[in-house]
Design a protein around this ligand. Structure first.
Ligand code: 4GX
Length: 259
């Protein structure tokens, strides 16, 4: 087993099908990853198995109680001391590919999924790291946990096919992907760029790197600022910046009037 995920949640059923389809399903079958859910409700001690309560000081909604969370985390940790505990919350560190890479080196992640207005502040003392998957509000941490599991799992050696390495991804060198085409060569008059049909591999490679740079410049200049470009890529960027053919780069305005 290369990597184990334990998910602490009030809705374990949410994790049954999505993570067992396709590539992740294969990885689970192969024993490369293991995903287990722990129902926080099983760690209540009262007859009615209450997991939430009204906030002290008043206010809207409910807060997840600290004791069931503490007992659930202690239970998982007692079986595996190397476990690294993560709380998914909009207040956490922004999740990105670098963070996914760092987490993929850990043998055991424990993911706490909050519901309602969040967890009692004292539950945070059981957490090693808080992570946000983006600046928007979900109804709970479960979908965020699934995003993290997906992005981390595909970095585990053997999870992607042998001919398909995660290191080839555009984000590996922090550029957006170049445009891809497959058959037919002519779709309603829109043709595949000639260079891709040429069989000239160095010309194809150059075209792809130029397109990746154009697209990144136009759509995500913030990524380009962070990217460590090779001298050749810097040259391509200069060319593009000097205005040699900057078309739409596949960008369409969502507000554009539909024809
Ligand atoms: N990236 N959510 C956490 C519960 C909550 C409410 C208030 C703290 C304060 C999210 C995200 C996310 C929804 C998970 C609210 N926790 N998680 N949950 N964005 O939106 O990770």
């Amino acid at each position: 087993m290369r990597m184990k995920f334990d998910v602490l949640t009030l809705f374990p059923n949410m994790f049954s099908s999505p993570l067992r389809e396709s590539i992740l399903g294969k990885a689970v079958e192969k024993g490369l990853i293991q995903i287990q859910t722990v129902n926080i409700r099983n760690f209540t001690l009262d007859k009615h198995q209450v997991v939430d309560d009204a906030p002290y000081g008043g206010g809207q909604g409910m807060v997840m109680k600290v004791e069931p969370i503490a007992r659930a985390i202690e239970s998982v940790k007692s079986q595996n001391r190397s476990a690294w505990t993560i709380y998914l919350t909009p207040q956490g560190k922004p999740f990105d590919q670098d963070l996914a890479k760092r987490l993929s080196t850990r043998p055991h992640l424990v993911l706490l999924c909050g519901r309602y207005e969040g967890v009692d502040e004292r539950a945070r003392e059981f957490i090693d790291e808080e992570i946000s998957i983006g600046d928007y509000v979900l109804t709970g941490g479960e979908l965020a946990a699934m995003v993290l599991i997906d992005a981390v799992s595909r970095l585990i050696p053997g999870v992607l096919g042998s001919d398909r390495s995660a290191e080839e991804d555009s984000f590996f060198n922090s550029l957006l992907e170049y445009p891809q085409y497959t058959r037919p060569v002519d779709f309603r008059g829109r043709r595949v760029p000639e260079v891709l049909l040429s069989g000239n591999h160095s010309a194809i490679s150059l075209w792809r790197r130029r397109e990746a740079i154009k697209r990144t410049l136009l759509r995500r200049p913030d990524l380009l600022a962070k990217a460590s470009l090779t001298d050749e890529e810097k040259g391509l960027l200069e060319e593009v910046l000097q205005g040699k053919s900057i078309d739409g780069c596949g960008l369409r305005n969502a507000d554009e009037e539909q024809k």
